[in-house]
Design a protein around this ligand. Structure first.
Ligand code: GCB
Length: 593
């Protein structure tokens, strides 16, 4: 799938703005025919946004089940005879779409795009009604998993992950048009040969045998640097300007589809020329050792929840620059494509994660979710879940395969990994990822419940990603004991001869809470001392090639006695003000800069 784009042959219409919106807690909508009439008693709902915090109403915030979005759109008269496509960048967690009265597409998974050819369902020059049923329900057969409890007080959604189950149309919705014969996908793989850049490209098109593909490569200044004939091939760029951390240099590869001398379709693919490789304990970008600094993040802001917002996008990257971070993980789901594009352009390195979070019934001893379940069993996470998970991996890689910023796939966060069942579940999923992308390393994020010597899944990973909370969840307030225990475990992992990235370490911190006495959890001082302790340990172990603090900013969670207005491990508050730790990290990561 190609992301919608305006080019000399393509035209987009953005469908963001206010849509009509109703809750459907009793799942009456379809039987009542909501898909084929104007929604009544609807309120306005912005797209893109999570719906949960927009209304001042607990029924909206805590809703479980379908909601309906609807709007009308004028289909441009000039699109007569063209192929017309409806594209949703995401619908969390599943959706069914109608155009006028026709059901046109359904999609499972809340963070990857989907589209459908609606040429036969719309009339250029006329209005069409678009209706989307979006369902936020999580079950054992969804990614992420969850469970709906029927209580005396209504339905309650439980899940085993530590962030609020925001839902809705979080990203842009587009209507776009192409010629009936069109380009449909491209895969770009880059390499280096001395000072030459090597670009392998493979274009697919839905077009007749009487068509042909050519490509033209321009540098960032607009100079033509290479051309190619045919749907696949290799371009060589002498004296290539490499894409590198901190230097998001992008070439523009224009793909052209022709019939005779007629240009049918044109599409622009950004290309960053770089290599990624693991060599023993080193993580190499362009054959140079790379050390990750940065964060696990969330898409989470006031009012709009997980809705994409360009102001927060730019502001967050400004803060990453301010603090000296060179990377982040898209914890715990694929982020908006606008975020990935921006990372490409700004040389920020990404660990790209699926939404497989909370596949672990042992987590939090029931602090999250519900207690008393087995993670992997015929009734819980089973073969169907595994298939859904495989599809989530495929869709993530299909979407993000051409982004130079993405250097590592994370196929799950903190799943159960110490059991035989986990080994069986995950082994084929690593194969799925490697088949979809043989060029990047693959890993998953290991949890403290599967410490060194017990994990049965990390054997499949190219890189070890560890989340550890020594000094927070264990040895709370005793950083000396934490330091010793952490170093002892990490030295075990270091013997595996793989690079280790610490993908989470953090301490909840209430901004404004202070103490002159060391070892006082929740204070700003403790967060600084805690990070210092971790850094002492990392600096003593060569196999550690990265440190990503949990979390960039405070974020919203479900209710619980462990969370005070959400998770407070942010180095910035939710409204992006620095805690003392932000200044301390800036000193470590920027040095004198
Ligand atoms: C973790 C999870 C993350 C939580 C964090 C915490 O290990 O991966 O989603 O938010 O711990 O703060 O407990």
């Amino acid at each position: 799938m190609l992301r919608p784009q305006d080019t000399s042959t393509r035209e987009r219409k953005n469908l963001n703005g206010l849509w009509q919106f109703v809750l459907d807690p009793d799942r009456r909508g379809r039987a009542a025919g909501w898909q084929s009439a104007a929604l009544v008693a609807a309120r306005g709902m912005p797209v893109p946004a999570s719906y949960n915090d927009v209304a001042a109403d607990a029924a909206v915030r805590d809703h479980v089940g379908p909601v309906w979005y609807q709007r009308t759109v004028w289909v441009p008269a000039g699109w007569a005879g063209r192929r017309i496509v409806l594209h949703l960048e995401s619908a969390t967690h599943r959706a069914t779409v109608w155009v006028n009265d026709a059901e046109v597409v359904s999609h499972e998974g809340g963070y990857t795009p989907f589209e459908v050819d609606v040429t036969d369902h719309v009339t250029p020059g006329r209005q069409s009604r678009i209706t989307v049923e979006v369902d936020n329900t999580l079950t054992f057969q969804t990614i992420p998993p969850g469970l709906v409890e029927e209580t005396d007080h209504g339905k309650r959604q439980r899940y085993w992950h530590d962030f609020f189950n925001y839902a809705g149309l979080h990203r842009s919705v587009w209507l776009y048009s192409t010629d009936p014969a069109h380009l449909s996908d491209v895969t770009v793989v880059t390499d280096l040969d001395g000072t030459d850049g090597v670009i392998h490209y493979d274009v697919t098109a839905e077009a007749g045998p009487d068509t042909r593909v050519t490509v033209v490569l321009h540098d960032a200044e607009g100079n033509q640097v290479a051309t190619g004939e045919g749907a696949d091939g290799t371009l060589t760029v002498p004296q290539v300007h490499r894409w590198a951390p901190g230097d998001g240099y992008l070439y523009d590869l224009e793909l052209l589809l022709w019939r005779g001398e007629d240009l049918l379709d044109s599409y622009h693919q950004s290309v960053g020329v770089r290599t990624v490789r693991v060599d023993g304990i080193r993580f190499l970008i362009n054959d140079e050792p790379f050390y990750f600094t940065g964060f696990g993040k969330h898409e989470d802001v006031p009012v709009i929840g997980k809705g994409h917002n360009d102001a927060y996008l730019v502001h967050d990257f400004e803060l990453l620059d301010w603090i000296g971070a060179n990377s982040f993980r898209t914890s715990h789901y694929p982020y908006s494509e606008d975020v990935i594009d921006y990372a490409d352009r700004h040389g920020i390195v990404l660990i790209d994660e699926t939404a497989a979070v909370g596949l672990n019934m042992g987590l939090g001893g029931g602090i999250f979710g519900a207690q008393g379940y087995t993670t992997f069993s015929p009734e819980t996470a089973n073969e169907v879940t595994q298939q859904v998970h495989a599809q989530a991996i495929r869709e993530l890689i299909a979407r993000d395969k051409n982004h130079p910023s993405v250097v590592l796939w994370s196929i799950a966060n903190e799943p159960e990994s110490e059991t035989e069942a986990a080994e069986h579940y995950f082994r084929p999923l690593f194969d799925v990822a490697r088949e979809a992308d043989p060029t990047r390393p693959v890993g998953f994020v290991n949890v403290m419940l599967a410490p060194y010597g017990t994990c049965r899944v990390s054997q499949f990973a190219d890189v070890l990603m560890l989340n550890r909370y020594y000094g927070w969840y264990v040895q709370t307030g005793d950083l000396d004991a934490a330091e010793a225990a952490w170093e002892a475990e990490l030295r075990g992992w270091a013997g595996e001869n793989k690079p280790i990235i610490i993908t989470e370490y953090g301490a909840d911190t209430y901004p404004g809470l202070h103490s002159v006495v060391a070892n006082s959890p929740w204070t700003e001082e403790y967060q600084v001392e805690y990070l210092d302790m971790n850094h002492r340990v990392f600096d003593r172990i060569d196999a550690v090639v990265g440190e990503q603090v949990w979390n960039f900013a405070d974020f919203t969670t479900s209710s619980g006695i462990m969370r005070v207005g959400g998770n407070r491990k942010g180095v910035f508050t939710r409204d992006r003000q620095p805690k003392a730790a932000a200044h301390a990290l800036r000193r470590r990561w920027r040095g004198g800069r």
